[in-house]
Design a protein around this ligand. Sequence first.
Ligand SMILES: Cc1ncc(COP(=O)(O)O)c(C=O)c1O
Length: 384
Amino acid sequence: MIFKQLQTELNQRAAQGLMRSRRTLTAPQSSHIVVDGKPYLAFCSNDYLGLANHPQLIAALRQGAQQWGVGAGAAHLVSGHFEPHHLLEQRLAAFVGKPAALLFSTGYMANLGVVQALAGKSDTVFADKLNHASLNDAMLLSRAEVKRYRHGDMAQLARLFEQTKSGRKLVITDAVFSMDGDIALLRDMLALCEQYDAWLYVDDAHGFGVLGEQGRGSLSHFGIPSERIIYMATLGKAAGVSGAFVAAEQVVIDTLVNHANSYVYTTATPPALSSALLQSLQLIEQADNLRSRLHGLAARLRSGLADLPWSLMPSETAIQPLLIGDNQRALELSAALRERGIWVAAIRPPTVPQGMARLRITLSAAHTEADVDRLIGALHELAH
Ligand SMILES: Cc1ncc(COP(=O)(O)O)c(C=O)c1O
């Protein structure tokens, strides 16, 4: 009976063009991938600097596994906190200009942990309507009152602040919006947070390694080293490995160590991953050439796609979504590109608002100009 009900729900989803399924990669992540044995030129990973299969990271991971084994064996607070974790936290904090940092197993868990630890029943969380799903889940988990503002609408945020008289105030936002690619108005947001004595939690999953001086992320991009900003970045995107970290004042980090359930009640990541990430951080610092390459590729794509019937969304980052609208049409276009040997994911509701299905094109420094031109050519062909 219950299976039948589940199947009916799945069938309804499929009829709306919303069914999700997985494909299996049979070679490493790269600008050129192999899916179920077939090669494709791919524009859908978040491996923005092309580090996921970098020989120096592979060597560091191997060396880390030899020295530390493959599993942490325990939670950080029990006996799972190793020297590479500790060193990586220190380096990450210094890199993003904060006194302290804390590693989490994933960005999803970092968001759950931070919001749950810092906001409770008598507090208010303010959130952009286009925030990542993990931030949305985090605010529900916290049981704080939730006030959402229209995407980037600072006037509405100010009004919501005005209406909030008591409790702790925490603004949570993507720094680079994951499905849109635009950058949050962090400077204006910080000014409002100062005016209304709120904290600002910045999720820089798509900015770390890509934006700012030496890839230090969105706080460096805007030059806003404020104590009231709690910074989070993921380590499975530009950094090429896995995990996430939160960087903030020491008292915030100590609070997370004590109260963030997704930190306390889970096995630490394998220390060898931290060994690989220490190497990744060095590469990120030295990767100005890759970042300017990425920037150049985005500009090339934007000018190449300017005259299509579908429009690119306003984005200066490596995330360049092409707005299609209809779910089925987005799926058809994604399938037609696939027939031409090009892999671009169609993103549909509920990940994006109704009627705003899109091809989420992501660029990597590992792409060549010829790769980008091939995508431009294929999209023109499909448009006519
Ligand atoms: C904005 C944003 N935050 C958090 C996450 C979650 O990070 P992770 O994949 O490390 O769980 C993602 C994507 O995965 C994201 O795009």
